[in-house]
Design a binder for this molecule. Structure first.
Ligand SMILES: [Zn+2]
Length: 277
């Protein structure tokens, strides 16, 4: 973990600022009775508070990795990077980063990137990828509702398909900073739903948009993907909220399917933290 990113963190127990120790294998807080956190073998920090709960399971993380490695959502990743460029973002926090597919593609040698997620398996996968591919991105296990991050530390926060923790995002953004929020558009995965249901419905859109920030842009990104192979199709399906709502009889419709063509549809919202609050 690089030193400048460590200085943006705060201790989840006593809220003091963090600093790397001499060994480079752990960080400790500057509190009166310092708390010490060891870097994992893959290079992430566990900054959870005992009250934080747990994140996504290993199976969910593996399914997402399998699907995303197919490159189906690369155009979304490219669009996010383009927005970071346009907004002149030098430091970004990916809040709820999962296994870090988008996060590891954000840096490109240009900016400081920190990914935080409650799933230890997700962060471990993200950190391993970062280490192997030298993406320069740092990762920590932590809750997005109690971010282990200093106030006004980041130019931008990204929030992809994760809950919007508006108060925390406001706290950690610099004045004038940007929140980039991604949600499923109304026709997202419509082809998948046509396969599953007699009467597919349109998605309602995100209901948790920030109330105290100013919306500065809304973009839509939509295209068609061809998902190849039963395994990839099953991985995609397991990533969706429909997975939990679909009857066994309907789930059977995907068995034996080797190719699935579907529209993807992303809503991209940009919100600004006003310089004076
Ligand atoms: Zn502490």
């Amino acid at each position: 973990m690089n030193l400048s990113t460590v200085s943006l963190l705060k201790c989840p127990i006593c809220s003091a600022q963090m600093q790397a120790d001499d060994t480079g294998k752990s960080v400790r807080c500057k509190g009166e009775k310092p708390h010490c956190y060891d870097l994992s073998r893959s290079g992430y920090l566990n900054l959870t508070h005992p009250k934080d709960g747990v994140g996504d399971s290993k199976a969910a993380v593996q399914a997402r990795r399998l699907f995303l490695s197919g490159g189906y959502y690369k155009p979304l990743s490219d669009r996010i990077n383009q927005i970071l460029e346009e907004q002149c973002v030098h430091s970004v926090l990916d809040a709820g980063c999962g296994e870090g597919y988008y996060t590891n593609r954000m840096q490109n040698g240009k900016r400081e990137v920190l990914g935080i997620d409650l799933s230890r398996d997700g962060i471990d996968a993200a950190a391993r990828y970062a280490k192997q591919n030298q993406t320069g991105v740092c990762f920590a296990v932590g809750s997005i509702f109690t971010l282990p991050v200093q106030a006004e530390a980041f130019d931008a926060v990204t929030n992809l398909f994760a809950p919007c923790a508006e108060q925390e995002f406001l706290r950690v953004l610099k004045p004038g900073g940007t929140l980039i929020l991604i949600g499923a558009g109304e026709r997202h995965l419509f082809g998948l739903k046509e396969t599953l249901y007699e009467d597919p419905y349109l998605n309602p859109g995100r209901a948790d948009l920030p109330a105290q920030m100013r919306q500065i842009d809304r973009q839509r990104l939509t295209y068609t993907i061809n998902v190849e192979g039963e395994e990839q199709i099953a991985a995609l399906f397991s990533m969706t909220p429909y997975y939990w709502r679909t009857s066994e009889a309907d789930k059977q419709k995907l068995h034996g399917l080797t190719s699935l063509q579907t529209q993807v549809d992303f809503d991209i919202y940009l919100f600004r933290k006003d310089p004076i609050q």
